[in-house]
Design a protein around this ligand. Structure first.
Ligand code: FAD
Length: 446
């Protein structure tokens, strides 16, 4: 039949349902709550916010998540409409009254004549029909196992271990240098795969002290139960001994510093290119539970990163997500079963807004497919397009970790100054271009 089945009525599933129903498609939302719960959800409402009540910055000229708000509003997003309706004063951020918000989403969806809800847990991947799986970071165990059986165990993670990601143009190349260990780099791409930051003994000892004393966050209750399989936070490695990191991720071997070829570094921090554009680098092996404020201070102690701007800070969380660069096509379809799309955080985006945006896109794509036409590709110059391009192709598959939207994912705007000085103009350039291209896409997509 032509019914669209959506598994998971969270942020992404709710938005996908709204978009598809608005396009005239009948929708069934399969939501396991309140019968089966998760450690983070508290209610049976749709689109429950599990932690903070913030949609982050609402600045659509200087901030990539604010731009995503703008794009979603332009596309008639229910999540954004309800966030705006239940907005709380919070300066430049979009904070919402969480209960009124999710009750508002639930009511609007349940009042829609084309949308029905079934309180069921789906535990397998269906053989036919039209499906969107938007089961989120806390996808139920049974379904997680079924997905793993389909994709292979390597391709579905139950935890993220996010190392901080730095904007390339904020790294000081008078201190850092490009080199792969033992000089394996031959092509330009291999040559720029790794950046290295050297430390002398004093810098290393001060860095270890900072790691040991920095404020940390704890795992949520129930978060690690039966899952956490030991991607150790960097500060835990440091606790095991002051030399542990020097023999692990910071080992100073196989590398020569062209800025000081005669001095042997005591330790070396490596950064690995994180996207095909080469605008983002992650700090290798630096997953951490340090608090965000502490991370920025500690990581700016690394020579070459004194002025680093972080596209995202590190973390370790319970988070079920696919290796989307290998598993999904550009329309969020599972390559091995194209009648199934994925949306939301399970695709490897991170955050309420990003997850909702992937729901919006999946809902529109599925509705178009059911009606027998296809949509033009979303321009990679838009926030929505930059995200979907990153997760389904731009990101390095081998080291794929969940991603927030940020300007590092956008193709550069021609003719604008790089670096810190030109930042305001550059961001305005990105957002102006994105708005024009998103408006064009919405028009072309009908
Ligand atoms: P969800 O909103 O989680 O929705 C998935 C839905 O699928 C749930 O309702 C679930 O019950 C249902 N489901 C799961 N398995 C099945 C099944 N087999 N059958 C039927 N239904 C199923 N993001 C932020 O932006 N800010 C934060 O502060 C924040 N804090 C977080 C704290 C925790 C502890 C966690 C786990 C995540 C946090 N996130 C936060 C990320 C947040 O979960 C996502 O941004 C967002 O909720 C993801 O939307 P989603 O629709 O993909 O998943």
């Amino acid at each position: 039949t032509d019914t669209l089945h959506i598994v998971g009525g969270g942020m992404a599933g709710s938005e996908a349902a709204w978009q598809a129903a608005s396009a005239g498609i009948d929708v069934v939302i399969h939501e396991m709550r309140p019968k089966t719960g998760t450690f983070a959800h508290k209610t049976g409402d749709l689109a429950e916010m599990v932690c903070s009540n913030s949609f982050r910055s609402d600045d659509d000229e200087q901030n990539a998540v604010g731009l995503l708000h703008w794009e979603m509003r332009a596309a008639g997003s229910l999540i954004m409409e309800m966030a705006d309706t239940h907005r709380l004063p919070a300066g430049g951020a979009l904070a919402v009254d969480r209960e009124a918000f999710s009750q508002g989403v639930t009511e609007r969806l349940m009042r829609h004549p084309r949308i029905r809800r079934e309180d069921t847990e789906i535990t397998s991947l269906p053989a036919d029909g039209h499906w969107i799986f938007a089961t989120g970071p806390l996808t139920s165990d049974a379904l997680g196992q079924a997905i793993r059986a389909e994709t292979g165990a390597e391709a579905l993670a139950f935890f993220d271990a996010i190392a901080p990601i730095v904007h390339f143009d904020s790294i000081d190349l008078s201190k850092a240098w490009f080199q792969s260990r033992y000089d394996k780099g031959e092509t330009e791409e291999e040559r720029t795969a790794y950046l290295n930051c050297p430390m002398d003994r004093d810098q290393y000892e001060a860095f270890i002290d900072a790691l040991l004393t920095a404020e940390k966050t704890a795992f949520h209750e129930g978060e690690t139960a039966g899952y956490f399989d030991g991607c150790l936070p960097i500060e835990v490695m440091a606790e095991r001994g002051r030399e542990t990191l020097r023999h692990g991720p910071m080992k100073p071997v196989g590398l020569t510093n062209p800025h000081a070829p005669d001095i042997k570094a005591h330790a070396i921090v490596q950064l690995r290119r994180d996207n095909a554009l080469g605008t983002l680098y992650n700090i290798v092996g630096f997953q951490t539970k340090m608090k965000y404020g502490a991370q920025a201070d500690v990581f700016r102690m690394i020579p070459g990163l004194e002025n680093a701007r972080f596209a995202r800070l590190g973390g370790i969380h319970r988070n079920t997500f696919l290796n989307s660069p290998t598993l999904l096509d550009a329309e969020l379809r599972l390559k091995s079963r194209p009648h199934i799309r994925f949306a939301g955080q399970v695709t490897g985006v991170e955050g309420y807004v990003e997850s909702s945006a992937m729901g919006l896109l999946a809902g529109r794509l599925a509705a178009a497919a059911i009606k027998g036409h296809s949509l033009p590709p979303v321009p990679a110059t838009t926030a929505t397009g930059a995200l979907v391009t990153h997760i389904t192709g731009g990101a390095e598959a081998k080291t794929f970790q969940p991603m927030n939207v940020n300007f590092g994912l956008f193709p550069p705007v021609e003719g604008l100054k790089g670096g810190r000085r030109g930042r305001r103009d550059r961001y305005k350039g990105y957002t102006d271009r994105a708005k024009a291209d998103w408006t064009g896409w919405l028009g072309a997509a009908g």
